[in-house]
Design a protein. Structure first.
Length: 764
């Protein structure tokens, strides 16, 4: 234990060891104890060391007892680690810091002391998500609303967003209320809050919302905490939502000894309520605030930092800082252009294997993606070559609930005796076949020694089931019979799409307006796309079984695959960033929904992604990518164009043998169909029907024509300028808003602003 000995009162204090090793700005962040302080801590600049040392300094110098310091973090793990670090420095007394925890844990501790002020008792229950959804479903039914059209999960998300903004039922205006059930959102929110009070319960959002109300309306309570907390420390301030921001400002308004540590360039959680504006207006909220910038990076090479800084500099809404390092320059950031997604996965696999042959470990390497559906091609490739990997912050592709559900439907079609699969989806989506109906099916199955599916068909010949359950089971058995008959007629990917639609599964996800539902739909689209690479449904299901078997194998040395959001706070020696194309990253859905603010957050994501790398960073973009089952021509992400050339080296890979031909060369799906026609080829460039091979007649001419189109596009066309009206085969008519080389920003009349190559538009 590296504990400090107590210092007699009045005796001079020697320089404590917690200051040793800190650079000048870090020391300033520790020693500037009085007044408001904003520590702008860039990626990898040692902000945790500075924050921990500041906590230790307050206790060691007796500026405050541990119980007089309010410290808030975003995770219990961060709070625990900080408490342990401080204890190692100043002794075990610091372990008892009662007000060091997450926003919710600290607010819950306060609320239990003052629960009666908001109509609760001190022993109130905190509802989990399942209980919250169950209660909301009851209220929706009681309001005579169709729960399928207005699902509880969507209402829960809406209420959570309101609470994140510090809004109670009385704060919701008519316009916002329209967001649910044609204007009944406010009414249901009020009924929900009343029901929670009747149950002596609250949800997680209430912990802050109730305390915010108490601090605003009960002056004595506000004065009590204002006097109690001599110092307030906040970690990851850029991730605070409006309610957290208001709560902190109220608690710190008396003494104003508040220190917030964060990085406006790493604010990437707006989808869960975080507001980057909170950190941007700190100096306005606390006049005279001291701003300390931690800019010396201890993680990455100068080229990596230069690349990241060049990208983030394009954002307008930022406080600004310049990262630097004393680490050797290292290699430049590599930008690799490949033909398509499968080749991207192959190249990444080859680079990881080369790293392993050169003495490195698999665990040195990580692959970051913007969206979860991108992991499927990587996983399949790694399974094929035996490269061990792990998915962090989520499930492997074939382990995700929506994928398992879809596979269960297909397994019952392929093998009616698969009881586990039938049991999984008999009531998914909800069709009124609960535990009672399933137990009766099980009884018939055991009595007649037949599979559950057969028992389900047999039970319909009896009076065991009646009413809605009987009707639902009749429909389900008929559906499976019809799908099994269609299996001999339809390609198996098309069969899967049909099953997902006719079963109601796709509709249920579309009705679910939670943040996760769009990603689940993307995953299902990727599943049906993956099936196209296999001859039959049986061969695909066998492949999945092999993948799942591999998933269970334990191996410590594995490549990490995760989303950029999940990687925040982590670092890796060798990093691969996949899918840097317009529409994938930045996400088209984010841009469509959030406009300029969303673009700036996507750019912050790019900054976070690059700064996870310690020694090596390679960025991939593909010329073609299969999205929602359609081949789409892709152009490099605008973030690739924003990388400073002095820190980057570009490589274009248009070799790759079979991967060049993994497109369905049809006029409907081929983004280069116009180039094909120019090369004298018709619409019949289809994958050969036998052996999984490809029709290569004229193949080299196709590649040459495509390469020519790309080459022409890079130079840009001289006949297009801002304001021109153009036509695009996919997006329709629009007007050019911006021209950058061969790339156009076009405001389309039906689909909004898109970024496209000039070679794919014609003047209207």
């Amino acid at each position: 234990m590296n504990q400090l000995s107590p210092v007699p009162a009045g005796a001079p204090l020697p320089e404590p060891p917690y200051l040793q090793g800190l650079n000048a700005p870090q020391r300033e962040a520790v020693l500037t104890t009085e007044g408001p302080v904003l520590v702008l801590a860039g990626a990898g600049t040692g902000k945790t060391a500075a924050l921990t040392a500041r906590l230790a300094h307050l206790v060691y110098t007796r500026r405050a007892y541990p119980s007089e310091i309010l410290g808030v973090t975003f995770t219990n793990k961060a709070a625990r680690e900080m408490r342990e670090r401080v204890a190692r420095i100043v002794g075990p007394g610091a372990e008892g810091m009662p007000w060091l925890g997450t926003f919710h844990s600290v607010a819950a501790r306060m609320l239990r002391r003052h629960a009666e002020l908001v109509g609760l008792q001190s022993n109130f229950t905190i509802l989990d998500t399942d209980d919250q959804l169950r209660l909301l479903k009851q209220l929706i039914v009681a309001a005579d609303l169709d729960e399928k059209r207005w699902p509880a999960r969507a209402l829960a998300g809406l209420i959570d967003r309101w609470k994140n903004r510090g809004c109670g039922p009385d704060d919701i205006d008519a316009g916002e209320s329209e967001a649910f059930a044609n204007g009944r959102g406010q009414e249901l929110y009020r009924a929900y809050q009343q029901r929670l009070r009747a149950l002596n319960a609250c949800d997680f959002g209430d912990l802050l919302l109730h305390m915010l109300h108490i601090l605003k309306t009960e002056r004595e309570v506000l004065e009590f905490y204002g006097n109690r907390f001599r110092y307030v420390l906040v970690d990851e301030y850029q991730d605070t939502n409006q309610a957290q921001y208001l709560w902190l400002r109220l608690l710190a308004q008396g003494r104003k000894n508040i220190c917030c540590v964060g990085d406006d360039d790493q604010s990437i959680y707006s989808w869960r309520g975080a507001e980057v504006a909170n950190i941007l207006r700190f100096e306005r909220d606390f006049p005279g605030a001291k701003v300390i910038r931690l800019e010396q990076n201890y993680r990455s090479t100068p080229h990596i930092l230069g690349a990241a800084s060049g990208v983030i500099a394009k954002n307008g809404g930022r406080l600004g800082k310049t990262l630097w390092t004393e680490v050797d320059a290292g290699d430049k950031v590599r930008v690799v252009g490949v033909w398509d997604g499968p080749e991207e996965a192959r190249r990444i696999g080859e680079l990881i294997e080369a790293h392993r042959r050169n003495g490195g470990r698999h665990s040195d390497c990580a692959i970051l993606v913007r969206a979860q559906f991108q992991t499927r091609e990587l996983e399949d490739r790694f399974i094929a070559i035996g490269l061990p990997y792990r998915i962090v912050g989520g499930f492997r592709f074939y382990e995700r609930a929506e994928i398992r559900d879809a596979l269960a439907y297909l397994r019952v079609i392929a093998q009616p005796a698969d009881d586990l699969a039938f049991e999984r989806i008999v009531n998914v989506p909800k069709r009124g076949l609960g535990d009672k109906a399933l137990s009766r099916i099980h009884a018939v199955s055991r009595a007649n020694r037949v599979p559950l599916y057969t028992a389900a068909a047999q039970i319909l010949d009896s009076d065991e089931l009646a009413g809605a359950a009987r009707k639902s089971l009749t429909n389900l058995v008929a559906d499976f019979a019809r799908w099994r008959a269609r299996a001999s007629e339809l390609p198996h990917p098309e069969l899967a799409r049909l099953v997902l639609d006719e079963s109601g599964y796709t509709l249920a996800l579309q009705a679910d307006r939670s943040a996760e539902s769009a990603g689940r739909l993307e995953n299902l689209a990727e599943l049906t796309r993956a099936m196209e690479e296999y001859e039959s449904l049986g061969s695909f299901l066998e492949h999945v079984s092999l993948v799942m078997d591999n998933d269970s194998a334990e191996e410590r040395d594995k490549v990490t695959i995760m989303t950029i959001h999940g990687a925040k706070g982590l670092e890796f020696d060798t990093l691969f960033l996949a899918g840097w194309e317009e529409g994938v990253f930045p996400s088209q859905r984010a841009l469509d929904e959030g406009g300029t603010a969303a673009l700036e957050e996507e750019r912050r994501l790019a900054y976070v992604a690059i700064t996870r790398a310690r020694r090596s960073c390679t960025i991939f973009h593909a010329a073609n990518r299969r999205i929602y089952g359609q081949w789409t021509s892709s152009i490099p992400s605008r973030f690739v164009g924003e990388l400073p050339p002095e820190h980057v080296e570009h490589e274009t890979s248009m070799t790759g043998g079979e991967s060049l031909w993994r497109a369905n060369w049809s006029e409907r799906s081929d983004p280069f169909a116009d180039v094909a026609r120019a090369a004298g080829r018709g619409p019949g460039w289809q994958r050969a029907a036998t052996g999984g091979g490809f029709d290569r007649s004229g193949g080299p001419r196709v590649v040459e024509a495509r390469a020519s189109a790309v080459s022409l596009g890079n130079r840009g066309r001289g006949d297009l300028s801002v304001g021109d009206r153009v036509f695009h085969a996919k997006f329709g008519y629009g007007a050019i808003a911006e021209v950058e080389g061969n790339k156009l920003e076009i405001d389309f009349e039906q689909t909004g602003r898109k970024r496209v190559l000039d070679s794919f538009v014609t003047k209207a």
